[in-house]
Design a binder for this molecule. Structure first.
Ligand code: FMN
Length: 402
C-alpha cells in the first residue's frame, strides 16, 4: 500500500522491514494479523431505555474491524455496576441481542472483539442505581469529582459524587456472580473473549488500592486480601471462557477517579506475579508514561520502573495503552516493553488506523466534544482513506446499518 502511495506521488512513510507493529501475533487461540489493538472507549450511545447496543454501535465497531483486536467500551455487569449515563450493559436479554448485532458485524468484517466487563463501584450516582440506592464500594469513602448522569430533560449533567455504601462481606459472592453471569451473557452474544476492567479507579481497582480500601476483613489489609475480589472474578470468568480468552486491564500508578495506593510497586508487582500462575490471554496496562510520551518526552523514572516491573513479573502477553503514535509504538515493541500496543483516541477518529500507519497517511483529529453521547456525528462519520479517495463507503455505513 505504501508502494501504491509512492506510485501516485502521495507523501507516505515507507514501512521498514523491521515494522514489528505489522507482525502477526498468536494470542491464545486467536491469530492476530498485526499488533495494533483498539483500546476500550466509552461512547455513551446505547439505546434508551435499557442501555441496549444498537445497529449504530455495530456500524462503529465494524468500521474498526481492521484492529488486531477490538476491546469493547466498558460494559456494566449489572444495574448496580453502572456509573455513566447511556453506557451499555450485558445483564439483560435485550442487551445480549444488541451486542449480537455488534459481534456479527465485526466478525463479518473480519475482526475480533472482546467485551470489557465493568462495575464502577463508587464512581456512580443514586440516579443511575436501581431504586436510587447508594453506589457500593469497599469502604464508605466519597470520591472527589462528579458523576456523568442524565437530568430530567434527558440531557447529560455532572453531579457531585455521594458517599458510597461499604459492601457487607455477605455481598461479595453476589458481586462475583454479576461478573460470572455477564461472562456467560458475553458468550451468548458471540464475543471472542472478555476483558475484566480492573483499572482506572473502578470497583476492582477500589478493592486493590489502599486509598479506597479500609476493610479489616478478608477483602482488605494485605495485598492478597485486596486482590481477592480480582482473583475471584478472574476465576469465575475463566470458568466460563477458559483462561486463554480472558484478559485483564490494570492501571498501576493511575490516579483516575481519585484512586491511590500507598505502595503501588508492591501492590501491582505482587498482583502481576500472581497472575503469571494462570494462563490468561493477556495483561493490559494503562501506560503510566502516557502523558510524557505524548509530549515527546522521556518517561519519568517511576513510570519506567513500574513498566519494567510489570514486564518482569508478568510472564504472559502484555498490552500497553496510552499516548502512542506509530513511532513510539514501534520503538516500545522493539525494546520489548510490550507485545501489543492499544490505541484509544486514534482509533476513535480513524476507523482504518492500521492502514493509515502502514501507509504513513495523515490521521483524522479526534473531537472531544462528541466523545460521549449523541448519534452518528463524531462516531461513525470519521472518514476512511477509501472514502477520502472517493470510494463508496463500506457496507457498514449504508442503509443496512441505519
Ligand atoms: C472517550 C474515551 C473513553 C474511554 N473509555 C474507556 C473505557 O470504557 N474503558 C477503559 O478501560 N478505558 C477507557 N478509556 C481509556 C482508553 O482506553 C485509553 O487508555 C486512553 O485513551 C489512552 O490511550 P490513547 O492515548 O491511545 O488515547 C477511554 C478514553 C477515552 C478518550
Amino acid at each position: 500500500m505504501a508502494f501504491a502511495a509512492a506510485l501516485t506521488g502521495e507523501a507516505a512513510r515507507t514501512p521498514q522491514a523491521s515494522d514489528l507493529l505489522f507482525e502477526p501475533y498468536k494470542l491464545g487461540p486467536l491469530t492476530l494479523p498485526h499488533r495494533m489493538v483498539m483500546a476500550p472507549l466509552t461512547r455513551s450511545r446505547a439505546r434508551q431505555p435499557g442501555n441496549v447496543p444498537t445497529l449504530l454501535n455495530a456500524c462503529y465497531y465494524a468500521q474498526r474491524a481492521s484492529a488486531a483486536l477490538i476491546i469493547s467500551e466498558a460494559t456494566q455487569v449489572s444495574m448496580q455496576g453502572q456509573g455513566y449515563a447511556w453506557t451499555p450493559g450485558i445483564h439483560s436479554r435485550e442487551q445480549i441481542d444488541g451486542w449480537r448485532l455488534v459481534t456479527d458485524a465485526v466478525h463479518e468484517a473480519g475482526g475480533r472483539i472482546f467485551l470489557q466487563l465493568w462495575h464502577v463501584g463508587r464512581i456512580s450516582h443514586p440516579s443511575l442505581q436501581p431504586d436510587k440506592m447508594l453506589p457500593v464500594a469497599p469502604s464508605a469513602i466519597t470520591p472527589a469529582g462528579e458523576a456523568f448522569i442524565e437530568n430530567e430533560k434527558g440531557e447529560a449533567e455532572l453531579a457531585p459524587f455521594v458517599r458510597p455504601r461499604g459492601l457487607q462481606i455477605e455481598e461479595m459472592p453476589y458481586l462475583v456472580q454479576q461478573y460470572a453471569r455477564s461472562a456467560r451473557n458475553a458468550l451468548a452474544a458471540k464475543f471472542d473473549g472478555v476483558e475484566v476492567h480492573g483499572a482506572n479507579g473502578y470497583l476492582i481497582d477500589q478493592f486493590i488500592s489502599s486509598g479506597t480500601n479500609r476493610r479489616s476483613d478478608a477483602y482488605g489489609g494485605s495485598i492478597e486480601n485486596r486482590a481477592r475480589l480480582l482473583m475471584e472474578v478472574l476465576e469465575a470468568v475463566s470458568e466460563v471462557w477458559g483462561p486463554d480468552r480472558v484478559g485483564l486491564r490494570l492501571s498501576p500508578l493511575g490516579s483516575l477517579n481519585d484512586i491511590s495506593d500507598a505502595d503501588p510497586e508492591a501492590t501491582f508487582g505482587a498482583i502481576a506475579q500472581k497472575l503469571s500462575d494462570f494462563r490468561f490471554a493477556y495483561l493490559h496496562i494503562v501506560n503510566p508514561a502516557a502523558a510524557a510520551i505524548e509530549k515527546g518526552e522521556a518517561p519519568g523514572a517511576r513510570a519506567q520502573r513500574m513498566l519494567a516491573l510489570m514486564r518482569k513479573k508478568y510472564r504472559g502477553t502484555l498490552i500497553i495503552a496510552g499516548g502512542f503514535d506509530h513511532d513510539t509504538a514501534e520503538a516500545w515493541l522493539e525494546h520489548g516493553k510490550g507485545d501489543l500496543i492499544a490505541f484509544g483516541r486514534k482509533f476513535l477518529a480513524n476507523p482504518d488506523l492500521p492502514d493509515r500507519f502502514r501507509t504513513g497517511r495523515p490521521l483524522n483529529a479526534d473531537d472531544p466534544s462528541t466523545y460521549y453521547g449523541g448519534g452518528a456525528k463524531g462516531y461513525t462519520d470519521y472518514p476512511s482513506l477509501a472514502q477520502e479517495r472517493g470510494e463508496r463507503p463500506k457496507a457498514c455505513v449504508d442503509d443496512r446499518w441505519r
